[in-house]
Each structure stands twice: as C-alpha cells, then as structure tokens.
Design a protein around this ligand. Structure first.
Ligand SMILES: Nc1nc2c(c(=O)[nH]1)N[C@H]1C(S)=C(S)[C@@H](COP(=O)(O)OP(=O)(O)OC[C@H]3O[C@@H](n4cnc5c(=O)[nH]c(N)nc54)[C@H](O)[C@@H]3O)O[C@H]1N2
Ligand SMILES: Nc1nc2c(c(=O)[nH]1)N[C@H]1C(S)=C(S)[C@@H](COP(=O)(O)OP(=O)(O)OC[C@H]3O[C@@H](n4cnc5c(=O)[nH]c(N)nc54)[C@H](O)[C@@H]3O)O[C@H]1N2
Ligand code: SF4
Ligand SMILES: [Mo]
Length: 680
C-alpha cells in the first residue's frame, strides 16, 4: 500500500506498507519515487514499532487529577463528545465563538488530517472560533522572501544537481532532510564546490568543502557583505538587473554600507573569508543557495532571507538552471486550499491568535480563550517559554481537548484526550516542501483501539452538536478531490484516481525548473530589492541587518553570556519519537555543547551535568566540550520530552518574542548561562 510520511520534514517521503493478515508488517521507502529513492530515515524506520508502542493512546480519556499531573480515566467516545459539545455550547453562549482556539501543530502536515488543510477548520468556522496563525516554523523567512520574490517557493531542490557552487546556509541537510544530499553529491561529482554556513560544525558542515561559522543571527550582514565583494569586482549581471529587478540603485547603496571589514566585525568571520566566498560566488555560475528554517529563527530572520534572495538577483542566477535559492517548495502546489478550509463558513471575521504566543494567548488575551483544541501539537515541549505555556494551560477555567497518539507533556494538561490515528491508518494528501511531488497516502490498516482520524473526529463532533451545514460531513475522499481538482495547469491530469494508483505525481513543470522564467509574482513582476509590500507593512523597503535581540540588550547579554542554538535533533522529528526507547537511547540525554574556553571558565568538563538557563527557566544537560562551536555560542537540540528529561527542556529558556517580519519564533536568539547544578 502506498503512503506518504506525514511529518514536518521537507522530504515528504513516499513509502510502501506491507500488510499481512490485516497487520502492517513492513514499511520501506518507495524505490520508484525520484526524491525518496527507496530510503526513509533513522526515525521513520521505526514508525510501525512506534505505532504499536505500549504507550499509544487508544481510547478517549478524561482527566481525574490536577492539570499537569497526567492522570486520566477511560471514557467512551459518546461521553467524550457529549462533554465537549456541552462545554462548547456553554462557552459560545457566554463568551462567543472567539473564546475557542483551534491550535493546529505540525505533527502531520496532511491536507485532510493536518496542518496544511487545518483539519476540522470547517467546523471551527461554523462555530465562529478564533483564527490560528501557524507562526512556529518558517513564517519569518517565508514572509521576508515574499517581499523580494513574491513567493517563498524558489528552486526545485533537485536542480541543485546542476549547480557549480552550493551554499548550504543555516540548514543541516544530513539531519533535517537527508534526501537532498544525493543531489548535492551529484553536483559535487560534476565538480561543484560545497560551502556550509552554520554557527555549529554540524554533520553537514563537516562534509562540506568549506565551513563558515558566523555568530548566530548575523546572516543578513554576511549576505550584504558578499554582495559588496561581488559588486566591487563588477561581477553583477547588468542584463538581469535591468530587465528583472526593481530598486537596484537603492540596494547598491545599502550594499555599500557592508564592506568586508564591517561584516567581519558583525559576523565574527575573517574579512578574508568573506572576500574569498564573495569572489567565489562572483566567479561561479550557477550558484545555488539552499537555506531552510534555521537562520530565520532570529530577531532578524525575515530580513536574513530577504537578503539571501537578493544574491541570485545580482548575479543573475535566477535565470540559470541550477541557480537561485531554495527555501520551501510548498508554495508551488496549486491545490484548492480555499475549497478545503471553507473560510466562507465564518459568519464574521474573528481575531487571529499566534501559535508561538500560546502563553500570552492563554494568560493575557482579552476576551479570554476559554476552550483550546490542541490538534497534532505538543506546545509544552515545543513552544517558546515553557513555564508561561504551562501557567496558561494550568488555568482552572480553561477547557482543553487534546487530539493525540501519545501521552505527551501537553496531554498532561488536557481535560479530554481523543485518540488519533497514525498515518498508515488514515487517508491523506500531502505536498512536499522540499520537492515538487503531490503525494497520496492510502490507509493500509484499520486503526487500533478506538483511534479516529482527525477528520472523522470533527465529523462526529459536528453530529453531536446537531450542526446542519452539509460540508461538515464531506468524506475524506471528497475533501481530497475538492483539494486536488483545482483546474490549475500544473495539476492537469492529476486526478484523484491517478494519484491514488501511482502514489505521487510531479507537478506539470519543466525539468530543470526555472520558477521565475515568466517573471516574479510580485506587484511589479520583478525581483523586488525595494519592496512596496514591505513598506506598506511598516518595514524597511530594503533588506537590512537586524541584530539578535538578546545581544543588543547589553545588560542581558552580560548576565547571560552564551547564545544558545537549539536545532533539529538527528533521532527525533520535533518531539515525535521523543518517547521511543531505541531512538532515545541513540540520541542520548540532552546535551549542551560548549567551546573548550567556555567550559574551562565555568569549571565544567565533558560529561558533567549542567544547568542551562536564564530568568525564564532552565533545563539539565550533559556537557560536551568541543570546538564545533565558537566561544560565546552553545548548542543543543529540540525534541526531548520535558517529563522524560528532568521536567523541562530547552524551551524553558526561549522567549515568546517575534522575529522582525511575520511574527516568527526566535528559538536560536536565546541567551543563557551554564553552570554546574547546585549541590542537593
Ligand atoms: N531529524 C530531524 N529532521 C527535521 C526536524 C527534526 O526535528 N529532526 N525538524 C523538521 C522541521 S519542523 C524543520 S522546520 C526543519 C528544520 O531544519 P533546519 O531548517 O535545518 O533548521 P534548524 O535545525 O533549526 O537549523 C539548521 C541549522 O541552522 C543553524 N543555525 C542556527 N542559527 C543560525 C544562524 O543564525 N545562521 C546560520 N547560518 N545558521 C544558523 C543551526 O546550527 C542548524 O545547524 O527540519 C525538519 N527536519
Ligand atoms: N528549541 C526549539 N524549539 C523548537 C524548534 C527549534 O528549532 N528549537 N523548532 C520549532 C519547529 S520548526 C516546529 S515545526 C515546532 C513543532 O512543534 P509542534 O507543532 O508542537 O510539533 P511536535 O512537537 O512534533 O508535536 C506534534 C504532535 O502531534 C502528534 N501527531 C502526529 N501525527 C498526528 C495526527 O495525525 N493526529 C494527531 N492528532 N496528532 C498527531 C504527535 O504525536 C506529536 O505529539 O517546534 C518548534 N520548537
Ligand atoms: S521524516 Fe523526512 S526523511 Fe524521514 S521518512 Fe519522513 S519525510 Fe522522509
Ligand atoms: Mo518546523
């Protein structure tokens, strides 16, 4: 049976599930899929083991202990849905629909069951619920890129194989989306040079020909500095600039403000390294920049991506196969999402609540949130400001429903827990955000226990509430059809029947794919160095360097001298698999990597237990001493469950604060101190 990996990973793999005696007995990567090429990953190789794990939630549960304690009793679906209907009716009557917050996370990106289609959104629209702004992952970068390119969707990552210079910029390819590596290696076999730009010497940086380790949050300055070198050599592509860009004279002035010496001072790199890379870009056509979400989790994250998108605008690489920038391909999929979510069912506009500000949303919103539906999310472990999120979820007057597969840190705060299916137990359709294939996921087996797909859960809830809007009862297949059959030429011939049979379909775009051959989808149709949209939304018309917030605050910077980067872990996918015994064993306990000089000043040695924290909170970690980080930078990973690792995780230290553009989370813009834990 053909399926697709639902997890928040750019690779959206195609998989084959083997079924015997109505049980899933095997799952492997689809050898026929051009991006998956027969392999899954170290995490999802354990998907079936995870689905059968003893801690899987199989029945609806009702809380019996205090919020946060995680004590529940089993109830029936009817009892659960009755209680939810009753509470929602009371809350709507007393406080209005806006008191309901449907909080969708990234546990599955499916259009039918997950985030891409906001599963259940039709019901929440009928109820007049608050809108959910999914700001947690990539919004700063995508909004920044939209100002410049008109979309955040750029190069087809497969075309990296045609590049002569590949810059992996703030992206740990071998961990966070390893299928791209084959295309990088193809390019290298044909003579391409590979540069990694990452404050941490990751397993990817280690494999590169060259690694530059800037101070976190300084990439916009670096990009403008590289352009300074390129312009200094007269290597800009005048033809491309004249025909396809807007605001070159203005950008040129901005670039002049970033000579290599200044950039070296800001980024902590050597001026000669900035010059050398600038010269290499100037000389090498085509150059591809692959940047994902890491470098936009900063105060200046939106501007950083804006600045990066300008580089191929100046060199003209946007017009060359194998040249340009690749961030996310999600925006290329011309499906009919509006038909799926049906925002026309909302009687009047309602407020929007930001995902990354859950603590504030629960504690400081007026009028208050009274009912929270957590759908495929684990905010206690994943969101900024863990202690504030816990305070919000602990509110006695908040009614919380969590749809989950496992007893997460967030489940512990639920009033009602509803058991959710896993991917091989339900139907779904996916885009890819690191490739151009629309993906089908066929249910392979019946759900265990009383687990239900999210779509079915909300159909049943609608029925319990006596709602009559017919579209609330559309089947999964109907939903998929409404989505796919958009009539767009890139989807011509991609019918539900064909997708179901073949498991995936590449968008009808040429290969190699020049996304902007017909112009950029900006107001001017050009690459906008000078963005009217940015100006209208109150931002600098040009990309600029916005320094890390927790460094600019010099008092905090002195009190908490280390910048903490908490990137993707190799063995978990966000917090998914954070409870898998074998993957936990392989991942080891939470670690904090310190430069030898920073460890020495603190009297810490490799293997010591340390407390990493600031005024917001702290977590425990084992010290690793390594020059994989520079002095002043500390590294750890996201993904550990708080309750399995001493009661808190790295997000106890992160602030609920917005990036410059788009309101994104600023995970890697966090300052901490590290000390040996007090003797107990
Ligand atoms: N194995 C695994 N894969 C994953 C995930 C996972 O948890 N585990 N998560 C998935 C999800 S949800 C996402 S959004 C993506 C995230 O994956 P990525 O987009 O790769 O994002 P991060 O892992 O946050 O950071 C990537 C790299 O950026 C570096 N970095 C941090 N700050 C800066 C900076 O200021 N400048 C530069 N140049 N580099 C910086 C980090 O050190 C890190 O090595 O991966 C997905 N894939
Ligand atoms: N410190 C730090 N924190 C980070 C980041 C970072 O870089 N550093 N990165 C952030 C990023 S990029 C992201 S995307 C967020 C992710 O944060 P969240 O969106 O909260 O995602 P997860 O923590 O993976 O939790 C997803 C949950 O969904 C459940 N789930 C999976 N599939 C389904 C399903 O089909 N139905 C239902 N009902 N549930 C399902 C899983 O069991 C899991 O518990 O984390 C962020 N947190
Ligand atoms: S997590 Fe990523 S690499 Fe692993 S199977 Fe899913 S899509 Fe593929
Ligand atoms: Mo993400």
């Amino acid at each position: 049976m053909l399926g697709a990996c639902p997890l928040d990973c750019p690779d959206t793999c195609s998989w084959v599930v083997t079924v015997s005696d109505r049980q899933a007995v095997g799952m492997r990567g689809n050898p026929d899929h051009p991006f998956t090429r027969g392999a899954l990953c170290v995490k999802v190789n354990r998907y079936l083991e995870q689905a059968a794990a003893p801690d899987r939630i199989l029945y609806p549960l009702r809380r019996v202990g205090p919020k946060g304690a995680g004590r529940f009793e089993r109830i029936t679906w009817d009892e659960a849905l009755d209680e939810i209907s009753m509470r929602l009716s009371d809350i709507r009557e007393e406080h209005g629909g806006e008191a309901i917050w449907p909080y969708w996370g990234t546990g599955t990106l499916g259009y039918v069951q997950g985030l891409e289609g906001y599963a259940g959104r039709r019901l929440f629209n009928v109820l007049g619920a608050s809108q959910h702004d999914a700001t947690i992952c990539s919004v700063a970068g995508s909004t920044g890129l939209k100002y410049t390119m008109g979309t955040s969707a750029g190069m087809d990552p497969e075309d990296l194989a045609l590049s002569k210079l590949i810059i992996l910029w703030g992206t740990n390819t071998l961990t966070s989306g390893h299928h791209l590596w084959k295309f990088v290696q193809e390019a290298r076999a044909a003579g391409a040079h590979l540069v990694a730009i990452d404050p941490v010497r990751t397993r990817t940086a280690q494999q590169a020909d060259e690694h530059l380790a800037p101070i976190p949050g300084t990439d916009a300055a670096l990009a403008l500095g590289l352009l300074n070198v390129i312009v200094g050599m007269g290597a800009e592509d005048h033809g491309f600039l004249d025909r396809h860009t807007l605001g070159w004279p203005e950008l040129k002035e901005r670039i002049a403000q970033f000579p290599p010496d200044r950039v070296a001072a800001i980024t902590g790199l050597l001026a000669e390294d900035v010059i050398a890379l600038g010269e290499r870009i100037a000389r090498t056509r085509p150059t591809a920049i692959r940047a994902t979400m890491g470098l936009q989790r900063h105060a200046g994250g939106g501007n950083a991506l804006r600045a990066l998108a300008c580089v191929p605008g100046v060199t003209g690489d946007w017009a060359r196969p194998g040249g340009g920038l690749s961030y996310s391909t999600g925006g290329h999929f011309p499906v009919d999402r509006a038909a799926l979510v049906r925002d026309d069912l909302l009687a009047r506009p309602t407020r929007t609540l930001s995902m990354t500000r859950l603590g504030e949303g629960l504690l400081e919103q007026d009028p208050p949130v009274k009912a929270l539906f957590v759908i495929a999310a684990n905010p206690v472990a994943s969101n900024p400001h863990q202690n504030k999120v816990r305070r919000g979820l602990a509110r006695a007057d908040l009614f919380t429903v969590v749809l989950e597969q496992f007893p997460t840190d967030t489940v512990d705060y639920a009033d009602i827990v509803l058991p959710a299916t896993m991917q091989h137990e339900h139907l779904d359709v996916h885009n890819g955000y690191g490739h151009l294939y629309l993906m089908w996921n066929e249910p392979a087996v019946a759900p265990p226990g009383e687990c239900l797909p999210t779509s079915e859960t909300f159909r049943r809830l609608a029925r319990h509430m006596g709602l009559t809007e017919p579209s609330l009862y559309d089947s999964d297949e109907e939903l998929a059809r409404q989505l796919i059959e958009s009539g767009h030429p890139w989807l011509a011939g991609v019918t539900l029947a064909r997708l179901r049979k073949e498991g995936f379909a590449r968008l009808n775009v040429p290969k190699p794919f020049l996304p902007f051959a017909e112009g950029f989808p900006t107001p001017s149709g050009k690459l906008e160095f000078l963005s009217s949209a940015a100006t209208r939304e109150g931002h600098d018309p040009l990309p600029d360097y916005v320094p890390p917030a927790e460094v600019s605050d010099t008092v905090r910077a002195a009190r908490y001298p280390l910048t903490l980067v908490s990137a993707a872990p190799h063995h978990f996918l966000n917090t998914v698999f954070g409870n898998n015994p074998e993957l936990r064993r392989r991942a080891g306990e939470p670690r904090i990597t310190l430069h030898p000089s920073d460890a020495a000043t603190r009297g810490l040695a490799a293997g010591d237990r340390a407390r990493v924290g600031n005024e917001r909170g702290s977590f425990e970690a084992a010290v690793e001493v390594s020059d994989r980080v520079r002095p002043g930078v500390a590294a750890t990973t996201k993904g550990h469950w708080a309750k399995l690792t001493g009661g808190s995780n790295v997000n106890a230290t992160v602030d609920e604060r917005d990036s410059d553009i788009g309101g994104g989370a600023v995970y890697h813009d966090t300052r901490v101190e590290v000390e040996a834990p007090p003797i107990r």
